[in-house]
Ligand binder design. Structure first.
Ligand code: F6R
Length: 249
């Protein structure tokens, strides 16, 4: 695992955007799995701008959904789909055929999981997974205690996720379950980037990078990835005891 620490959120976001752009330059038909949430928001904005400015061709790549709140409709601004649509798909004119997201309104969520697992197998591999980390250490909606061997699954969201998740919604919502890719799919991706910023994530980053590797802290599993990169800003890195492997200004 590689650890890159950036001066601030702007620098971190610019580098994360570059990672995606550079991948698409060398592999235009790459399979991307990108998290929703506040952490990657600026990276996606910068990516969309750079792709437009430099005329990078995103018409052949495809997008795999990482996760979704069960029971939240796509038109709700707090849904992961709405976020990805408004920050990436609409600005970058990504065609519907390129997008594979969970339908968290489906009456048969197990079937949704099978569909997503099959879609990934058809694609062969996820070239890049870019994930955030929750205040409880979750990746996607892989909550503490989850099995590393999981592929897509439906999960009861823990209390931290249910309460922190309210920040995405304009009014209080019941978000008791999530549908998510599993940690097995994270580990099988060609490259995985875990992003975090801000002092609010410093404790979770310290536990993920310096604590035991187990699913009580799902983000620690990134250390098992053969091509995992942790990209964080100085605030998120502020509680790390050991010397960072790489320090970028
Ligand atoms: C969202 C997702 C979540 C978030 C995590 C951090 O698609 O997968 O795991 O990445 O909860 O959220 P933010 O970035 O809002 O702090």
């Amino acid at each position: 695992m590689q650890l890159n620490i950036y001066k601030d959120y702007n620098e971190l976001s610019a580098q994360a955007a570059n990672e995606i752009i550079e991948l698409i330059k060398i592999k235009p038909d790459a399979v991307l799995c990108l998290a929703a949430g506040d952490t990657p928001r600026l990276a996606y904005t910068l990516m969309a701008k750079k792709a437009g400015d430099e005329k990078i061709d995103f018409t052949r790549c495809s997008f795999i959904g990482l996760d979704e709140w069960v029971g939240i409709p796509p038109q709700n601004a707090g849904s992961c789909r709405y976020f990805l649509q408004t920050t990436i798909f609409t600005p970058m004119r990504i065609a519907t055929a390129q997008i594979n997201l969970f339908d968290a309104m489906s009456a048969d969520l197990d079937k949704e999981c099978v569909k997503m697992n099959t879609r990934i197998l058809e694609k062969g591999v996820i070239d890049l997974m870019l994930v955030g980390v929750g205040m409880n250490g979750h990746i996607g909606f892989n909550e503490p205690g989850v099995l590393v061997s999981n592929n897509a699954h439906v999960i009861d969201l823990d209390e931290v996720t249910q309460s922190v998740g309210q920040k995405y919604f304009s009014e209080p919502v019941a978000i008791k379950k999530g549908i998510t890719l599993g940690l097995n799919q994270l580990l099988q991706s060609k490259k995985a980037i875990l992003m975090a910023n801000g002092s609010k994530k410093a404790t979770v980053i310290r536990r993920a990078l310096e604590g035991e590797i187990n699913t009580e802290m799902p983000a620690s599993i990134i250390r098992k990835h053969t091509n995992g990169i942790v990209m964080i800003d100085e605030e998120a890195a502020s509680l790390l005891k050991s010397e960072p492997v790489i320090h970028k200004k």
